[in-house]
Design a protein around this ligand. Structure first.
Ligand code: SF4
Length: 669
C-alpha cells in the first residue's frame, strides 16, 4: 500500500462479473475506480466507478458506536474498540449463560462475496459460541439446490463463448443491471446472426437489441417451459439418444409437461402463444444454443420447479458437447474452497433459523414463540430491513428492548440504526479478501489499496478479536489478514487444479478446464453420482414440476428486482433518491396514474408510498420496484420488503419475494 499510485484489485461485490479494478490513490485517498484494462476488464459498472462516494460518504461509520437514545432513533456515542469489544463479549456471554448459545443469531449475506469475509472466521466464532445457524435463503437457494440435484453444479458455458451460439435465451436475468459484461457478447452473437430471446416481466433491452421478448408473468415460467417441452415431445424433437444414455427421470418430466399446451401456458403466463412456440422452435432449429438462466424466476413459490424445467432444456434437445451450447447459471461449480483444510473440521450442529423469516423470529407479536428466543442478533454483510421480507415485523423485532443487536457495517444502514452497537467495517479497497467469481472463470486476491477509513476493521479482525476475548484458542484467530489470504488461496481449487500462488499475493488468475474453456459433456460433466443428468431430482419434492397458482385479492404482481443502481442494498445511501414503482400505461390509465404522481402501493402486509413511473418496459399486470432501496427513498419510510411475504418455498425454505401482489392508487385519492 502506498499513499499514491494505481492499485489493481478484484471486485468483491455480489455480481457475476469478476472485474479487475484499477484503484487510483492520491495522498492516501481513493480518487477514482476504473477498469484494469491490462487485466482484461474494459469497462465497469457505474456503481463501482462511484465507489469513492461510499468510502467518504457523510454516513460512513468511522468509529465504534454505542446507542445513546431509544432503539431505532439513530443516536449513538463514539466508544473505543476496546470498550465495544468488551461490552459485546460480555453481553454475548451473558446471553449464552442465561438462554443458551442458540439465543445468539448471526445474520449475514451478500454484502461481501469474498471467501475471507463470509463464512470463515465468522462461522468458526459462532460455532464455538454454540450460536444458532442461519439458513441463507433469501437468494439462490432453489437454483443452487436444483442445479446440484440435476447436474451436480457442472460449470456453465463461459460468457465469452456466447458469441459462438446461434440461439441464446436469457431467462430470468437482467444483464443490463447485473452481469453487464454479458451484454457485448449478446451483441456480438447477434451480429453473427444469432437469435437472442429474453424471458422477463420487464423488457430490459432497447429496441432491436433482442429478437424476442417473452414477458412472462412472475411465477409462470414453469408452465411456459413445460409447454415447450411437451411440444418437443409431440413433434419427436427430443434428443432420444442423448437422453437414453445420459439422463434419468425423463418420464416424470414429460408426464408433467403433458398437462401444458402452448395455449394454456400462454394464457396463464400472459404471453402470446405464437411467441412461446417461436421460442420453442428456434431452440430446436438452432445450434449451438445456450440458456442463461438467472435467479429472477426462482423468487416465487414455483421457482425451484421452474429452474429445473429451464435447466432441462439443453439436455432434452441435445445441446451439450459444443462451445456455446448448454446452460449457464452460477459458475461456482468450477471452483472449490476447502475450508476444512484451512480451519480444520469444526462441529456446528445447533438449530438452523431461516433468514427469510427474520421478522417471525424476532417479532414479539409473532404467533409461536421461539425456544430459546433470539436475544442477541449479530448482523454483518447484510441490511435485512431493506433486503428481507417482512420489513414491519423485522423492525418490530429490532425495537425489542430485550434484544441485543450488533451491526458491523460500512455506512449507517436502515438496520444499523436499530443497533445497540455499530462497528465500523472496511470496504474491499481497505481490506483483504479472496474473490472467486460465480460468473467469469476468474479468482483474485484482494489486498488493501488504502488504509482503513476511520477505525474500520475487517470482519476477520473483528471476529478474531472477539474470539480471543472469549478465550477461543483456534490458531486461525491469531493469523493476520495477509496470512489468512495466503492460506485461503492455498485451499482454493480452480478448474480442478490448485490456485496459483499469485492469488495469495493479491493477484488474479483466469482459469480453464484442462487448458480450455468449459464445454459441457466434453471437459466438464455432471457431478451427480452416476454422471448423468437427473431430470426429476429428489430435491424437487414429492410432486416434481407441480405448478401452484398464485392466489391473492390484489391484482398486480410486484417484482422487486436487481437494478443498475444498487447491488442488493449496497449503495442505497447514495443511489436511489426517490423510490419509484413502474407500471404499464394500461394499468396506469385504469388507475389515473401519471409519471411522477405520489402513489400508495399496498397489500395486506403493508403499504409503500412512492412515485410512479409509467413505462412500456413493464408488462401489464406487473408493478416493478428496485430491490434493496433504503427507507429514506420512500415517502412513508417503507420499501418493497414491507410488501413481500415471508413464506418459504418447498425447496430450500427459500424466499418468495415475487409472490407479492399489490394494488396501486393515487395518494391524493
Ligand atoms: S459490480 Fe460487477 S460489473 Fe460492477 S465492477 Fe463489480 S464485478 Fe464489475
Amino acid at each position: 500500500m502506498s499513499s499514491s499510485g494505481t492499485h489493481v484489485t478484484t471486485c468483491v461485490l455480489d455480481c457475476p462479473d469478476g472485474c479487475a479494478l484499477a484503484v487510483e490513490v492520491v495522498d492516501g485517498r481513493v480518487a477514482r475506480v476504473g477498469p484494469a484494462v491490462a487485466e482484461g476488464t474494459e469497462f465497469i459498472c457505474a456503481k463501482v466507478a462511484g465507489f469513492a462516494r461510499r468510502l467518504y460518504h457523510e454516513e460512513r461509520i468511522l468509529h465504534p458506536l454505542r446507542r445513546s437514545g431509544v432503539k431505532g432513533g439513530g443516536h449513538f456515542a463514539v466508544v473505543s474498540w476496546d470498550e465495544a469489544l468488551r461490552e459485546i463479549a460480555d453481553r454475548l456471554l451473558e446471553v449464552r449463560e442465561t438462554w443458551g448459545g442458540e439465543a445468539i443469531l448471526p445474520y449475514h449475506y451478500g454484502g461481501s462475496n469474498g471467501k475471507l469475509t463470509e463464512e470463515l472466521l465468522d462461522d468458526l466464532f459462532f460455532a464455538r459460541l454454540g450460536a444458532s445457524r442461519l439458513a441463507k435463503t433469501i437468494c439462490a437457494v432453489p437454483a443452487t439446490e436444483v442445479a446440484t440435484g440435476m447436474y451436480g453444479k457442472m460449470p456453465g458455458v463461459a460468457f465469452e463463448d456466447y458469441p459462438r451460439a446461434k440461439c441464446i435465451v436469457v431467462w430470468g436475468a437482467n444483464p443490463r443491471g447485473s452481469n453487464i459484461h454479458l451484454v457485448p457478447h449478446l451483441r456480438a452473437a447477434r451480429e453473427r446472426g444469432a437469435f437472442v430471446a429474453t424471458v422477463d416481466p420487464r423488457d430490459n433491452f432497447g429496441p432491436g437489441e433482442v429478437d424476442l421478448h417473452l414477458p412472462v408473468l412472475p411465477g409462470q415460467d414453469l408452465p411456459v417451459a413445460l409447454a415447450m417441452i411437451d411440444r418437443w415431445r409431440q413433434r419427436g424433437e427430443l434428443d432420444a439418444a442423448f437422453l437414453r444414455a445420459s439422463s434419468h427421470g425423463l418420464e416424470t418430466l414429460l408426464e408433467r409437461a403433458s398437462d401444458w399446451t402452448p395455449e394454456r401456458a400462454a394464457a396463464v403466463a400472459g404471453v402470446p402463444a405464437r411467441d412461446l412456440v417461436r421460442l420453442a422452435d428456434r431452440l430446436v432449429e438452432l445450434s449451438p444454443a445456450v440458456v442463461r438462466c438467472g435467479w429472477g424466476l426462482e423468487r416465487n413459490r414455483n421457482g425451484a420447479q421452474a429452474i429445473a424445467a429451464v435447466l432441462a432444456i439443453p439436455a432434452l434437445l441435445g445441446k451439450f458437447g459444443v462451445r456455446g451450447g448448454g446452460y449457464t447459471l452460477s459458475n461456482n461449480g468450477g471452483s472449490r474452497f476447502r475450508r476444512e483444510a484451512l480451519l480444520g473440521p469444526f462441529d456446528w450442529q445447533t438449530r438452523r433459523l431461516n433468514m427469510t423469516q427474520l421478522g417471525r423470529l424476532l417479532d414479539p407479536t409473532a404467533g409461536e414463540p421461539l425456544s430459546p428466543p433470539v436475544k442477541a442478533l449479530f448482523v454483518y454483510n447484510a441490511n435485512p430491513v431493506a433486503s428481507t421480507p417482512g420489513q414491519a415485523r423485522i423492525e418490530r423485532g429490532l425495537a425489542r428492548d430485550d434484544l441485543f443487536t450488533v451491526v458491523h457495517e460500512q455506512v449507517m444502514t436502515d438496520t444499523a440504526r436499530w443497533a445497540d452497537f455499530v462497528l465500523p467495517a472496511t470496504t474491499f479497497v481497505e481490506g483483504t479478501d479472496l474473490r472467486v467469481s460465480y460468473g467469469d472463470y476468474v479468482a483474485g486476491g484482494i489486498r488493501p489499496a488504502i488504509a482503513p477509513v476511520g477505525e474500520a476493521r475487517t470482519n476477520m479482525q473483528l471476529f478474531a478479536a472477539l474470539a480471543r476475548r472469549l478465550g477461543m484458542l483456534d490458531p486461525a484467530f491469531s493469523w493476520s489478514d495477509e496470512e489468512l489470504l495466503r492460506r485461503a488461496a492455498a485451499a482454493v481449487e480452480l478448474g480442478g487444479g490448485p490456485a496459483g500462488a499469485e492469488v495469495g499475493r493479491g493477484g488474479r488468475q483466469r482459469y480453464g478446464f484442462r487448458g480450455s474453456p468449459p464445454v459441457q459433456f466434453v471437459n466438464v460433466r455432471p457431478q451427480t453420482p452416476d454422471g448423468k443428468v437427473q431430470l426429476a431430482p429428489p430435491v424437487l419434492g414429492p410432486e416434481p414440476y407441480a405448478w401452484r397458482e398464485p392466489a391473492s385479492r390484489f391484482p398486480l404482481a410486484l417484482v422487486t428486482a436487481a437494478s443498475s443502481r444498487l447491488i442488493n442494498s449496497t449503495f442505497g445511501e447514495t443511489s436511489v433518491d426517490t423510490l419509484t414503482v413502474s407500471v404499464h400505461p394500461d394499468d396506469a390509465a385504469r388507475r389515473g396514474l401519471v409519471t411522477g404522481a405520489a402513489v400508495k402501493v399496498a397489500n395486506d402486509l403493508g403499504e409503500v408510498h412512492c412515485r410512479v413511473r409509467v413505462s412500456t418496459k413493464v408488462r401489464p399486470g406487473v408493478a416493478w420496484m428496485p430491490k434493496g432501496a433504503w427507507k429514506r427513498s420512500s415517502l412513508n419510510g417503507a420499501t418493497s420488503t414491507a410488501l413481500c411475504p415471508d413464506d418459504a418455498q418447498v425447496v430450500g425454505d427459500a424466499a418468495c419475494f415475487n409472490d407479492a401482489r399489490v394494488e396501486i392508487e393515487l395518494l391524493s385519492a
